[in-house]
Ligand binder design. Structure first.
Ligand SMILES: *Cc1c(COP(=O)(O)O)cnc(C)c1O
Length: 430
């Protein structure tokens, strides 16, 4: 018998095989080489025929250089934190692509001189909220709060209601962040109730500001009381409000979610928020309000460590100035239209799988409004399809309930219904 090792091809010979040319355009040489080395190892061990090496390499290579895969969010959770929160609008995606190369992020092409970084995004934000004297954009909502603590409190006290010392998710606790950023917390009230007097009595020469945090992800019911911004604004220190979800003006579908415009009009000195929740933009932290306070935050040394990159500045500007982003479209979707779409998808897969259109109840998700149920519709399929759909390209993520896979359409772009349909047909055939 011939020694199998003698017929194992050399690494560079395999790498030169024209069938690997496309892979070498899409992936680094090192990545393809690693796959070749692994296949040759199997070949040496006698697990793989030399003639099958190239095919094995192609099969083992990832579809692209980045591991993140496109997902169709059929979970019925509009802002799904594990799926990257808000999906960007087409306009924002195109803006990201343009900004990805060299771009005039802090350069004035007219004069050829250095310019204010991200002026377009800042101007769009200022236009969207005329009640704000000045605006600032940082890395995320947590960064905005951290900068409030370091630049505005600076080892002095932040007065905050006990019931608003919240944990947002993934063990992220706002009080810990504020303390870590150098503020001293002065808690007032009880878990369920706080009054204006509690705040007033806590304010001393050591007080830097009052912070009001919107409890985005829970609701307290029963014997409760909190102090509205209008009342807090009577206190002799600035009131900073973390509205969380990033609504810039009221959203009729979510009457209990605070928005930047109303909060500033009610007397808040500053509002902080995330850009990738209900605003429907990229991850970013927004700061809006009194110009002296925004200036102090902008000039603080830590601000540089929270600077937002050109890709997100581009996406934010396009979200603010462009067409309605997907999150807002999803919020406004008509349940009858969703049911019509679900019925059409079921009809188109009926020859390969049992599918039933259903009325469902969807949620806003990580964006807030935990007590709001949104009328929606879904395609119900056998639960066995959950895994093949989740691991396909694009991946389709739904949820299993009562032994069935539910693909909720509220957060699915209608333009992707055809793709979703072919994903289901493909998954049903394996
Ligand atoms: C989401 C949220 C945050 C954190 O914002 P990130 O952008 O995730 O850092 C802070 N406060 C509130 C009230 C929130 O809802």
């Amino acid at each position: 018998m011939q020694d199998p090792r003698r017929s194992v091809p050399r690494t560079d010979v395999v790498l030169d095989d024209p069938r690997l040319d496309l892979a070498l355009e899409r992936l680094s040489r090192a990545a393809v080489k690693a796959a070749v080395v692994a296949a040759l190892e199997r070949c040496r061990a006698g697990d793989l025929e030399p003639a099958a090496v190239v095919a094995a390499v192609l099969e083992s290579l990832p579809p692209g250089p980045a591991g993140l895969r496109a997902v169709i969010n059929a979970t019925g959770v509009i802002v799904h934190t594990n799926l990257g929160r808000a999906p960007l609008s087409k306009a924002a995606q195109e803006a990201v692509l343009t900004a990805a190369g060299s771009t005039d992020v802090e350069f004035d092409l007219e004069t050829g001189l250095r310019d204010r970084r991200g002026r377009g995004a800042l101007a769009a934000l200022a236009r969207a909220v005329p009640d704000a004297e000045d605006v600032l954009v940082v890395n995320n909502g947590a960064a905005a709060l951290s900068l409030v603590a370091s630049a505005l409190a600076d080892r002095r006290e932040i007065v905050v209601a006990r019931g608003e010392l919240v944990e947002i998710g993934d063990a992220f606790r706002i009080p810990d962040l504020l303390v870590a950023s150098g503020a001293v917390l002065r808690e007032v009230g009880t878990t369920n109730r706080v009054h204006l007097d509690d705040y007033a009595e806590a304010i001393t020469d050591a007080t830097a500001l009052v912070l009001k945090v919107h409890p985005s992800n829970f609701v307290v019911q029963g014997f409760t009381a909190s102090v509205p911004v209008e009342e807090l604004a009577k206190l002799p220190v600035p009131v900073v409000v973390d509205i969380g979800s990033g609504l810039l003006s009221p959203q009729p579908k979510l009457p209990r979610e605070p928005d930047a415009k109303s909060t500033l009009r009610a007397g808040a000195a500053l509002v902080t928020a995330s850009a990738d929740k209900l605003l429907g933009g990229p991850q970013a932290g927004l700061v809006l309000g009194r110009s002296d306070l925004v200036q102090r935050m902008r000039r603080h040394p830590v601000a540089r460590a929270m600077r937002v990159d050109k890709l997100r500045l581009a996406a934010l500007e396009a979200t603010l100035s462009g067409p309605t982003p997907p999150v807002v479209q999803a919020l406004q979707s008509d349940p009858e239209v969703l049911l019509f779409r679900a019925t059409a998808i079921c009809r188109e897969v009926a020859d390969v799988v049992t599918a039933e259109p259903l009325r469902t109840s969807a949620v806003v998700g990580g964006g807030g409004a935990p007590d709001v149920a949104l009328q929606s519709a879904a395609v119900a399929l056998p639960a066995a399809l959950a895994h093949p759909l989740r691991t396909g390209l694009p991946a389709v993520v739904g949820h299993v309930s009562d032994g069935r896979l539910i693909l909720d359409l509220i957060a699915v772009d209608p333009a992707r219904d055809a793709t979703l349909t072919s994903c289901v047909r493909r998954a049903a055939r394996v």
